[in-house]
Design a protein around this ligand. Structure first.
Ligand code: ADP
Ligand code: MG
Length: 346
């Protein structure tokens, strides 16, 4: 009798323990610093710890392949250190991303260029000691920037930069690739928000049917103040802006998107460009491409691409939309540029 009672109690507590584990609320989201930025993944109580582990492990893996460290740490570093010397054997997925980057370099006539490394290092924007380089230094670095010197050999599994001193920087595209890879792990049909420092992939639909409402940062206000909202399902929304990383000197702002024409931060009257596309790698690359090209050429490019929309914000607070941009203006002091599509002009 005593024995049985003991057994019962043991069984009951075992059952309770099992119930407790299975009833413990799954984590609603996870946030970590990786890929040079604060990354968050939100699976809305439907994700498991194992899924979060897998996604963040993948982000760290991509960082280990594609980050620029300057040392011999990543596969990208290996290509850079062997510039002008010999092709470097690197993982196939790095070759994939390099091919995409090269496509956008070609598409933008070189305004977007993955061999921007020497200029990025020279300015050091976003690093510990950014500075305004001298004209001669800029000229020397700019001379090394040329995507046509990137040789990709798929059969050999190698990448090569033709000239010594050249270096690749995938800062404008790698986060988009990483977001797409998270979607590969999680599947595209479930509700999830993958936010890699503002590079957003909104998977599935909100509450099973509604659009996600993604705020577009007001470039002139503190973070979290929006100038408008994009309503999207299963899309990536990525912004490039002059407020993301910069330093100021002599009353001037020097930001992190550099012109391959003159080697200085791009100045073309834009504050930001937001792109909506199916794949995050495209949205990420195109936001930088369009910022570098400027509103006229950038808009023409977006209009020529299928399933791609854009929101350009100019310094004079005029907002320019592509013909199908699912955007609603909410910010004070901004106005929409009239377009031929009446649905967007409110
Ligand atoms: P963020 O890194 O803030 O998301 P972007 O996606 O626009 O912003 O990428 C900016 C980064 O891209 C820079 O920090 C630099 O590493 C790189 N970059 C700067 N200028 C260019 C350019 N003209 N072409 C390609 N990459 C660039
Ligand atoms: Mg980008």
């Amino acid at each position: 009798m005593l024995y049985l009672r003991f057994m019962n109690r043991a069984v009951v507590s075992l059952i309770l323990a099992v119930l407790c584990v299975s009833c413990a609320p799954p984590p609603p989201s996870r946030m970590e610093f990786v890929l040079g930025t604060l990354c968050s993944v939100n699976l809305f109580e439907r994700g498991t710890a194992a899924e979060y582990d897998a996604v963040f492990a993948r982000f760290r893996e991509i960082q280990g392949i594609m980050a620029f460290t300057g040392a011999e740490d990543t596969d990208l570093d290996l290509i850079n250190l062997n510039a002008g010397l010999r092709p470097a054997a690197v993982p196939g997925e790095l070759l994939d991303v390099l091919e995409q980057a090269r496509r956008y370099a070609e598409l933008s006539g070189g305004a977007f260029d993955p061999t921007i490394g020497p200029l990025v290092r020279l300015w050091g924007i976003g690093g510990e000691s950014p500075r305004i380089p001298g004209a001669a230094e800029i000229e020397k670095a700019l001379d090394l920037v040329d995507w046509r010197d990137l040789v990709i050999d798929r059969a050999a599994g190698t990448a090569f930069l033709r000239r010594r001193g050249q270096s690749l920087d995938l800062g404008a595209i790698a986060k988009g690739y990483a977001a797409d890879q998270a979607a590969v792990i999680l599947g595209r049909d479930r509700p999830a928000i993958i936010d890699l420092g503002g590079n957003i992939l909104a998977l599935g639909e909100r509450q099973g049917r509604e659009n996600w409402r993604i705020g577009v940062q007001d470039p002139l206000e503190d973070r979290g103040n929006y100038l408008g909202v994009l309503g999207v399902k299963n899309k990536s929304v990525v912004t490039s802006g002059n407020y993301e990383r910069y330093f100021e000197e002599g009353g001037l702002r020097y930001h992190h998107i550099l012109s391959t024409d003159d080697g200085y931060p791009v100045r073309n009257g834009l504050l930001s460009v937001t792109i909506v596309a199916d794949r995050s790698i495209d949205a990420d690359a195109l936001s930088t491409v369009c910022f570098a090209l400027g509103p006229e050429e950038g808009l023409a490019l977006v209009e020529a691409l299928p399933n791609t929309e854009a929101v350009f914000v100019r310094e004079d607070r005029v907002v320019i939309l592509s013909s199908g941009a699912p955007f609603t203006l909410t910010g004070e002091g901004y106005s929409l540029m009239p377009t031929s599509s009446s649905s967007n002009t409110r």
